[in-house]
Design a protein around this ligand. Structure first.
Ligand code: ZN
Length: 321
């Protein structure tokens, strides 16, 4: 791909209000995973990093927007899963003044990513790893800012509030940006692919990937989001959604259904297969009900990998519980 061509850059961007740009990180297929550029008075921050394969795209966007690499102050992966933080090491090498903002539970994995690699290999298989994620580079400890719950960082006069948001993962923070009245939610407000949205409402789905799914913590996190009365959520999978209260209720209900399904299969012999078939039935029934514009066969193709990964996460949860 030639990033010298402006069209190649712009077709990967969704320009949002309040100087926020959603960037397609090119993970697996178009509009599956994003990162965000947030600009304020000449300074910039990048939320999520994509994978090791996303670097060229992010650098091309900075160049296209005439943002010198020196002006990027913060790189902020919401958690250390590799589609969110896998590219952090590559990016930090190119951004001389940036600090990597990380959750206390994720920090050591950014300094020594070997466990991350092993963990992801267990989910995706060693073969797919190189192709999906490229290389994962360590980051020097001196470049980290480890943020506690409630900490605020100042992006050139724009306060960014970090809150601890467990449920999908224990090493997950979310960022509240007062200016846009929006949260950058990583995976904790679920996923919502553009292709599945009806004319009235996006379709939101749980992200129960291994290994730290925790439904009770998640319900509290959803309540906590709503305390800020956010008007929009910036999802990594994929881009901005509004109708926050409705979607929070949809997401909560679907997490509860996942839990019910997992518990109902607990004592079955082939419970992984059984959970998979029940989650599929549930998802496609709800998609039909929500007037999803995509033909069912296409939706199935789109969600196959996510449902697989969600069921793997439920299986880990059942074993841990
Ligand atoms: Zn994740």
């Amino acid at each position: 791909m030639d990033f010298g061509l402006v069209g190649e850059v712009t077709r990967r961007l969704i320009e949002l209000p309040n100087s926020i740009t959603c960037i397609d990180t090119g993970y697996i297929r178009p509009q599956l995973a994003s990162c965000y550029l947030i600009q304020q008075d000449g300074a910039a921050g990048i939320i999520e990093t994509g994978t090791g394969n996303s670097l060229a795209t992010i650098l091309a966007v900075l160049k296209y927007k005439k943002i010198p690499v020196e002006n990027v102050h913060f790189v902020m992966p919401t958690h250390v899963h590799l589609d969110h933080a896998g590219g952090a090491g590559h990016l930090m090498q190119e951004l001389p003044n940036a600090k990597l903002v990380v959750h206390p539970r994720g920090a050591r994995h950014m300094v020594d990513p070997s466990k991350l690699w092993q963990g992801a290999s267990a989910v995706y298989g060693e073969q797919a790893m190189q192709r999906m994620y490229g290389e994962i580079l360590p980051i020097d400890e001196s470049r980290l800012i480890i943020v506690d719950d409630g900490q605020v960082l100042d992006l050139s006069g724009r306060p960014l509030l970090f809150i601890d948001t467990p449920g999908h993962a224990r090493h997950h923070y979310s960022i509240y940006d007062e200016q846009s009245k929006g949260f950058f939610t990583g995976d904790t407000f679920g996923m919502s692919y553009k292709e599945l949205a009806s004319a009235e409402l996006p379709f939101i789905m749980p992200t129960t990937s291994p290994v730290q799914f925790d439904p009770d913590a998640w319900y509290l996190t959803l309540r906590r989001y709503l305390e800020y009365k956010p008007e929009r959520m910036f999802l990594t999978h994929y881009s901005m959604v509004e109708d926050v209260e409705t979607l929070a209720a949809d997401l909560r209900r679907r997490i509860e259904s996942y839990v019910d399904i997992a518990l109902s299969c607990e004592d079955s012999e082939n419970r992984v297969e059984l959970m998979k078939s029940k989650i599929k039935d549930l998802t496609f029934a709800e998609l039909r009900e929500s007037k999803c514009p995509l033909p069912m066969s296409a939706s199935k193709g789109l969600l196959e990998m996510d449902i697989d990964i969600n069921v793997q996460g439920l299986e880990v949860w059942l074993n841990r519980k």
